[in-house]
Design a protein. Structure first.
Length: 357
């Protein structure tokens, strides 16, 4: 208890109690009405607020790019999941034949599962982690850069966050039929991350809404090592990504004026470059392998072509380099409310969208 509270408490104890019963009843009635109004407001918020969801489902939509007009078309969706539980955070494999996601379908805690796009696959959904006392989140297909090769290669495995493990909420990786190992050395509780095979890992610190960067051993010596002092930026959103065909990351930066801007972060130079504002759209976004950013604004899917990719798209020019409407997303059922997270397959043929219930 601080000094101000202590003095106030002492004054209340020693002051003469001259309030009559009528004034006490009035104050009690006023207090009851205030509490009742607050409870009603809270219950209304709990029922109507779109941010409080009863569950999440993943739906996959066929995706097609018209190269002549530089416009996207969306096909009819099919569900990866359609149930009351948690199925979220999809990420496509390098060959675009499957996606991994976090789900509570196996037990009380979340595990990582793989969904195969081939309808004839058996099983179509495969459980990849089995941890009854821990939860795994934010799965990504495992990629690595061998020291004797110029390009990154895909490995049969996954990278993900363990919530109950030691250290608490850190990034781990697990190759097929092998025991999981630490993917980063940082002890910062990590909510989300983006891993670049050559540079290292960008971390979104849980509770702090700040980004830190842990360089890999293959990075430039000036940024190598794992050091919590490698602070990047504050007021960052949870959606962080490796920018395709670039030695850089992207993140959503919340501005003091309320705007939210997707920015490019170059860990080698330490530079931050604004790309595009999401305005009132979702803080979740995703990159396509050919340099487009996808985002959802009030259940409207839209896309934006980055400047670095415009050279290969003659139909686009600087003058019309704004968000392009792709499709109005129809709710899959009356139970579904809002669309949020997005993942685009590397072959550009599918987009996975998460719907909240």
């Amino acid at each position: 208890m601080n000094q101000a509270n202590t003095d106030s408490t002492q004054n209340n104890i020693t002051a003469p109690r001259r309030a009559n019963s009528s004034s006490l009843r009035k104050r009690s009635s006023l207090l009851f009405q205030t509490v009742l109004c607050a409870l009603v407001a809270l219950s209304t918020t709990l029922v109507t607020s779109p941010s409080i969801a009863a569950g999440y489902d993943i739906w996959i939509y066929p995706l097609q790019l018209d190269k002549q007009t530089a416009s996207w078309q969306l096909g009819a969706p099919k569900p990866v999941s359609n149930r009351d539980g948690y199925d979220n955070q999809p990420a496509f494999s390098a060959d675009s034949q499957s996606l991994v996601f976090a789900s509570d379908r196996g037990a009380e805690h979340n595990d990582i599962f793989r969904y195969y796009l081939d309808k004839n696959a058996s099983p179509q959904i495969e459980q990849l982690t089995f941890t009854p006392d821990e939860s795994e989140y934010s799965p990504q297909p495992l990629t690595h850069k061998p020291s004797d090769k110029q390009s990154s290669t895909a490995a049969d495995g996954i990278r993900y966050i363990v919530e109950q493990g030691v250290p608490h909420q850190s990034v781990w990786q697990q190759e097929a039929n092998k025991t999981r190992t630490r993917a980063i050395d940082s002890m910062i509780p990590t909510g989300y991350y983006a891993h670049h095979a050559e540079l290292g890992t960008l971390l979104w610190a849980r509770y702090a809404y700040s980004l830190y960067f842990e360089a890999s051993s293959l990075s430039d010596e000036s940024i190598s090592g794992a050091d919590e002092r490698h602070f990047v930026v504050a007021n960052a959103g949870r959606s962080i990504h490796v920018i395709p065909n670039d030695k850089a990351f992207s993140y959503l930066h919340k501005q003091q004026d309320g705007d939210r801007v997707i920015k490019r972060f170059d860990p080698l130079s330490g530079s931050h470059t604004p790309l595009i504002s999401v305005d009132k759209g979702s803080e979740d976004y995703a990159w396509s392998s050919n340099g487009w950013i996808f985002n959802i604004d009030d259940n409207h899917l839209r896309a934006w072509l980055s400047a670095s990719a415009q050279a290969s798209t003659p139909a686009k020019s600087d003058a019309d380099n704004a968000w392009q409407a792709v499709a109005t997303l129809q709710r899959p059922s009356k139970q579904h409310v809002n669309a949020s997270r997005i993942a685009v397959s590397p072959d550009l043929k599918h987009i996975a969208i998460v719907w909240s219930r």
